[in-house]
Design a protein around this ligand. Structure first.
Ligand code: NDP
Length: 489
């Protein structure tokens, strides 16, 4: 069994309390590692390390070319360890290997993208008043606390660290207590690449014990969070003490709209992938499938025929397309929604139960679940379930589809399937969501902004927007007139 400590000021350190946590494989219950269990004292230590590294250290003054070279090295380190990282990700959070491999490659590409951007942080010049030169420079914000979830542990670490470090900030990363392993492995890659001490600190432990200290500390300048909306709201309130900069990437109850004029086969495939990739544990999952009434029956039938192709099992078993949920508590939460859907009167078409058989005995598996005739006002249509549960809602007209799609407190993502390109654009224009797809679902690009409208969050990650959110803006005014001002003469 592997043993991991926390990364503070360039050293691997145990928790001050000496407490440890066992990390288990959600697919078979096997103990994977023992990890230091951080607490508030450890969080404070990490904050101090990041603070000194920012205030007295060299990172923010390091030429952008060097920061870029460093981030390219991290990307290379990830690529060199891709196989081990992907395997560890599968074991720690349950996803199928092919998905984990994709995440690892994407994490490396994220570091490459921001390595490229590090040297392209530009300001502006203006000659507003006469005899003066005014310009605008961009500077790092300072100490950034970054709290990440359990569904894409390595990728979320990359989304947070790459732009923050490219911009010259120092970081304290807090992975989920359930899935810290690949983030800690990433920490090793950073240390091997000789990152200056204190620039990256990784603290393990729970949200309430560690995350809250990071979110509330007056020594932290920014908090970036990905996770549930309830936690996001709590973090936002904790961050008000020193008016930290905040980025929140929160939940979704995303509509996937299929019109009768869509490419039928492509839309069926797309609807399945939208709902069930990563066991449905995806903030942008297409968990509400809105189908035009005239094809509702045939589409649902075609969808159900393909459900058996979503082979359940441990993510390392060849051919497996869906792994276990991340924890027993989460499985029970998702199951409670299945019960709720039945009691609300939705029609359970398939799944809703744990699969039987030896392979599933010690894991947190749930069969892919489809509800039909879901009414928009039902709780299963309104609340984020974050598991393999799809709600089908039939609609009559384009107007009704848009109305149902927007009838949510969330606004993260949406999909539209139609061969009528004017309709597809018309619909997308009216959907209040930050990420939209036409005739596809889920592709995510490092180059494009990621984030939500309404209660799906604040700010954007990725793309140029991602680095913007880690930069301050300073105006510099140079007086070119050497004569005294003479105001009081
Ligand atoms: P959380 O949002 O609670 O957890 C995400 C991260 O926040 C974890 O690192 C967690 O730490 C940390 N955290 C938890 N509580 C606090 C706190 N009070 N202060 C600071 N940090 C905190 O997700 P859950 O695991 O509880 O899942 C709950 C629901 O959130 C899910 O069912 C799903 O609906 C949604 N979710 C959405 C995600 C998304 O990508 N949008 C990702 C994950 C969950 P720790 O885990 O160590 O306690």
């Amino acid at each position: 069994m592997k043993s991991y400590e926390m990364l503070v000021n360039g050293e691997w350190v145990p928790s001050r309390s000496q407490e440890r946590r066992e990390i288990r494989d959600p697919g078979n219950g096997e103990i994977l590692a023992s990890v230091a269990e951080g607490n508030s004292e450890d969080a404070e230590r990490a904050i101090q390390a990041a603070r000194s590294a920012f205030d007295q250290g060299t990172w923010r003054k390091t030429p952008a070319q060097e920061r870029a070279r460093f981030l390219f090295k991290i990307a290379q380190g990830i690529r060199l360890s891709a196989r081990e990282l992907a395997t560890l990700e599968v074991k720690n959070c349950g996803k199928p290997l092919a998905e984990a491999e994709f995440d690892v490659a994407d994490a490396a590409a994220c570091f490459e993208f921001y390595a490229g951007l590090a040297t392209k942080i530009h300001g502006e010049t203006m000659s507003v008043p006469a005899n003066s030169l005014s310009f605008v420079v961009r500077e790092p914000i300072g100490v950034c606390a970054q709290i990440i979830p359990w569904n894409f542990p390595l990728l979320m670490a990359a989304w947070k660290l790459a732009p923050a470090l490219a911009a010259g900030n120092t970081c304290i990363l807090k992975p989920s207590e359930l899935t810290p392993l690949t983030a800690l492995e990433l920490g090793k890659i950073f240390i091997e690449s000789e990152l200056p001490k204190g620039v990256l600190n990784i603290i393990t432990g729970t949200g309430p014990k560690v995350g809250e200290i990071l979110a509330s500390s007056s020594q932290v300048d920014k908090v970036a969070f990905t996770g549930g909306t309830v936690t996001g709201r709590r973090i936002m309130s904790l961050a008000t003490g020193n008016l930290k900069k905040i980025t929140l990437e929160l939940g979704g109850k995303n509509p996937n709209l299929v019109f009768a004029d869509a490419d039928f086969e492509a839309a069926v495939d797309g609807a399945l992938f939208a709902a069930f990739a990563n066991q449905g544990e995806v903030c942008s999952a297409g968990s509400r499938l809105l189908i035009e009434k005239s094809i509702h029956e045939s589409f649902t039938e075609a969808l159900l025929k393909k459900i058996p192709l979503i082979r359940l099992g441990h993510g390392l078993t060849p051919g497996v397309k869906m792994g276990p949920l991340v924890s027993k508590a989460h499985l029970e939460k998702v199951e409670s929604y299945v019960k709720l859907g039945v009691s609300e009167g939705a029609e359970l078409l398939c799944g809703g139960k744990r699969p039987e058989g030896k392979a599933f005995e010690h894991g947190f598996f749930l069969e892919p679940t489809v509800f039909d005739h879901v009414k928009p006002q039902m709780r299963i249509a309104k609340e984020e379930i974050f598991g393999p549960v799809l709600s089908i809602i039939p609609f009559e007209s384009e107007e009704e589809a848009i109305q149902i799609a927007n009838d949510t407190e969330y606004g993260l993502a949406a999909g539209v399937w139609s061969k009528n390109i004017a309709r597809a654009h018309r619909v997308v224009q009216q959907i209040r969501a930050g990420i939209t797809w036409i005739n596809t679902y889920h592709p995510t690009y490092n180059e494009l902004p990621w984030g939500g409208y309404k209660q799906s969050g604040m700010g954007r990650e990725l793309g140029l927007y991602g680095i913007e959110s880690y930069l301050e803006t300073k105006q510099v005014n140079v007086n070119l007139d050497e004569a005294p001002l003479g105001w009081y003469s």
